[in-house]
Write a protein of this length. Sequence first.
Length: 470
Amino acid sequence: MAWGNDAADARLHGTNIAESVVDLIGHTPLVRLKRISELENIPSMLTMKMETTNPGGSSKDRPALEMVLAAERDGLLLPGGTIVEPTSGNTGVGLAIVAAQRGYTCVFVMTDKVAPEKVSLLRAYGAEVVVCPVAVAPDDPTSYYKVAERLTTERHAFRPNQYANPNNPLSHEKTTGPELWEQTGGRITHFVAGAGTCGSITGVARYLRDKNSAIKIIAADPEGSVFSGGSGRPYLVEGVGEDFFPAAWDASLYDDIIAISDAESFLTARRVSREEGILIGGSGGMAVAAAIRVAKAAKPDDIVVVFNPDSGRGYLSKVFDDGWMANFGFLDECDQCVGEMLGSRGNTPELLYVNPTQTVRETIDLMRSHEVSQLPVCKNTPPFANAEVAGAVDELELMDAIFHDPSVLDREVQTVMGPKLPTIGIGQKIERAVQMLDSAAALMVLSGGRPLSVMTRSDVLSYLQAATHG
């Protein structure tokens, strides 16, 4: 959509020059994932919608423009106004681009789960960024939702609210859906996309279903997200999944919802980047992982489109950093590593933990019965795989607290717990564990991004002793 004075419009007539960067939003290419298809023996045609070619590098440019233009039409955003939005990064970039062209100020609220590159990127666009903790409930005053609400009121700002704004899915219904129909000559049979705000998958589904009700719509979702039956956390992939159902969620439009683990999401993103030469992020890897399953079961004449929302450039310090991946238990650094040491203990027992609301007295009883000196404090249990580590307790610290105030025994353990245990990946070197245990009494071992076991100095000593005798 173009705007500007008539003189400028006249000068552009007959040229292939866009009036502004905003006019470059949309019309992204569709490309076949040829190498992946060959290596996976996929019978159908697996293709990717490359939203990375939008000016802001993501699919969020589309709803950003639609939401701002609608707000202007409705009188919700006045000249020189302020835009406040909670975002994992991409929506913020889209809004910042539109705001730069329209003369608005932007304030973005993000969680501390978001890659640091995304924070720096938004600040590079001149936006103010407020970072909030992720490990709090949505209604907590410090959550990024509540902080955004407060800032909107304090600054008399317009909040696009992508989770509830109908112009979010409308942007994809008006642009992305028609593009896919045209690019496939109306032959698209399957559409696979991640679900976050649900704007893209719902908007595209509305258009495609109107053109052909037989088209299959498949949502890819992080394991743990409510869309695929989880509690909403914990998972590490960014920008998709939720702990609530946004306004654009419409299960009647989706034929299937495929849960994908963090490990498969990240490893698929790295694979696509190396085998296809297309640098994608964790959420793109999640969508491709789901699309591979769909495409393998599809027919030779079917065209499967997977929606890639953004580039991997925003995840270089995480998904594409070997050290980060190893620390979360996604990669192995060696053959003889932490996992081998855990295996030497026999079958790894189910990780012991205590809930935040249990009393200190109950916590001590649990520690005594299992003869452990440290215990993680976790919520969202059971099962433990769905737990979120909130902190940890140590027998020495508990002893000191009770000595100074015996009433501590009947308080909730979350009132006296310490910070989380330092983490080490199951595939990292034992040498690293020895170094870390020099300053920590115990470590939390992660596998596939999830807590697996607590490792102590005693565990390492026993392993080293056995290895020496062997």
